[in-house]
Ligand binder design. Structure first.
Ligand code: NAP
Length: 464
């Protein structure tokens, strides 16, 4: 590789770091995306200009096929289906790592890394790491995709001696890696890779419900390390750096989300290893308990007579695409002199930052958007908690019911407000599949209907 290529790769790496920095806040996220795109454009052009690249027709064909599929997916995908799309993309990174490691083992001469049968041990370590992490990423992401897409049940799947089985498979993989590095045996490589596919699956099946976001960000991290592994095999420094950036930023995000969910990072990395076996909790069913439901006019009356309102958006707001109506509601209430803030739970919606993205799209000012820790104590002194399409993130079972699958997760304590208004279409459960006691609370009013339609009706009622 020429010095110019090294310098251009270095510039790309800096642009990727600036992209990550930009993406850390909604205000600078757009700029971050521009840096990321510029970095990737520069990286691709630099790679294409290398003397080793000769078959442009094949590369252009690959770019065209991938580009067309990518553009079609980008146009069609619903924001609410992002997590499963991300999981699907991670699986592709994983399988690429496995295929490249296998290709390098079967034909090292084509990669210029030595001759078959006499590869340097360093190369074998890189290959085995790339294949193992890639295989775990692939099968783990396929399971995460199936769970998020509803192809398989989102509930944790547990069986007796699961942890012992996981530990035995993990130990077998480590032993096989050592044997492979000493023998360069293709048979051992194949068995080790198959076992890694198996452990990826075993690690993700016991995780479910509200813990899925952490799993997706953990798989994001694994996919980064797998890409980094490929970088070593291909001798490409930019891929090593980019993989490490994805790997470490994914790991940091997982850690932050684990903290927010009050989960142990080790339980997530080791697939629920050592986690207390929890009952899947009561699945929501139409309960006989009385509820109070009201109309848009009733809600408008309550809101108009309040001094402070906290809006709690959730997945239902995303489904209904109600963010613009919610912003209009905020403007109307503020015209009446009412203090309006938004409370965002770290796992509200279906991807990290989901609610922030939607509210930013609707031009909700950033200074009225607050995080859980910032605002949780303020519910007690708030007149109306206005919950729009959120459910699990407000469920007090996380605090009160040790048998609940969301037990231990901090939730927005909306029940402490003077009045709670819940907008949802019916009494259905949220993602975790558990009943929410708040619906039956004395100070709760249910407002049934599609989030966008109900909010628009409410604005009309407020105006008149
Ligand atoms: P939620 O618990 O899934 O509840 C959403 C509620 O919205 C449902 O109860 C549903 O009730 C209602 N809804 C759906 N469509 C609606 C519409 N068109 N209009 C009005 N209401 C509608 O959502 P959440 O409180 O935001 O919690 C997120 C959950 O997803 C957590 O369990 C979290 O762990 C999980 N999760 C999060 C991520 C992430 O990264 N953020 C990723 C994967 C999973 P009705 O059907 O009765 O209307």
């Amino acid at each position: 590789m020429s010095d110019t290529a090294y310098i251009l790769y270095l510039i790309s790496s800096v642009l990727f770091i600036l992209a990550l920095k930009g993406l850390s806040s909604p205000e600078s996220a757009r700029r971050g995306n521009v840096y990321g795109m510029a970095g990737m454009g520069l990286a691709v052009v630099t790679t294409l200009c290398m003397p080793a690249i000769t078959n442009y027709a094949l590369i252009l064909f690959g770019i065209m096929v991938g580009g067309i599929i990518g553009a079609m997916i980008a146009r069609k995908i619903q924001m609410t289906a992002m997590p499963q799309l991300v999981a699907a993309f991670h699986s592709l990174v994983g399988v690429s790592a496995v295929l490249i490691a296998a290709a390098a083992l079967w034909s090292p001469e084509s990669y210029g890394i030595g001759n078959s049968g006499s590869l340097h041990v360093g190369r074998l370590i890189e290959m085995s790491l790339g294949a193992v992490i890639g295989a775990i990423t692939f099968s783990g992401s396929v399971i995460a995709f199936a769970k998020l897409q509803g192809i398989m049940s989102g509930k944790p799947i547990r069986f007796g001696d699961q942890n012992k089985l996981n530990a035995a498979v993990a130990a077998a993989i480590v032993v096989l890696m050592i044997i492979f590095c000493g023998s360069e045996s293709k048979f051992i490589f194949t068995v080790m890779t198959l076992l890694s596919f198996a452990i990826g699956l075993l690690l993700i099946i016991p995780i479910g419900g509200a813990d899925m976001p952490v799993v997706v960000s953990m798989l994001n991290s694994y996919s980064g390390w797998a890409a980094s592994g490929i970088g070593f095999t291909l001798g490409n420094p930019l891929l090593i750096i980019t993989g490490a950036l994805v790997g470490s930023s994914g790991a940091i995000l997982s850690y932050i989300m684990c903290k927010a969910m009050n989960r142990s990072i080790f339980n997530v990395i080791f697939g629920g290893f050592g986690a207390a076996a929890v009952d899947s909790g009561p699945v929501a069913a139409a309960s006989d308990k009385p509820i109070k439901s009201g109309s848009a006019e009733d809600a408008a009356f309550l809101l108009k007579n309040s001094g402070s309102v906290i809006i709690i958006p959730g997945y239902g707001m995303a489904v209904a695409q109600a963010q613009h109506a919610v912003r209009e509601l905020q403007v109307e209430l503020e015209k009446e002199g009412i203090k309006v803030r938004f409370a965002i739970h770290p796992v509200a919606g279906r991807m990290p930052g989901h609610m922030n993205v939607l509210l930013a799209e609707a031009n909700v000012p950033y200074d009225s958007v607050t995080e859980l820790e910032e605002i949780n104590n303020d519910f007690a002194t708030t007149d109306v908690a206005f919950v729009i399409g959120a459910n699990d993130v407000t469920n007090p079972a996380a605090k009160n019911n040790p048998q609940s699958p969301i037990y231990g997760m901090p939730v927005l304590e909306v029940g402490n407000a003077k009045t709670v208004i819940f907008i949802k279409r019916g009494m259905a459960a949220g993602y975790a599949g558990i009943e929410n006691e708040l619906f039956y609370q004395e100070n709760t009013m249910m407002l049934f209907g599609d989030a966008k339609k109900v909010t628009e009706d409410l604005i009309k009622a407020l105006k008149h």
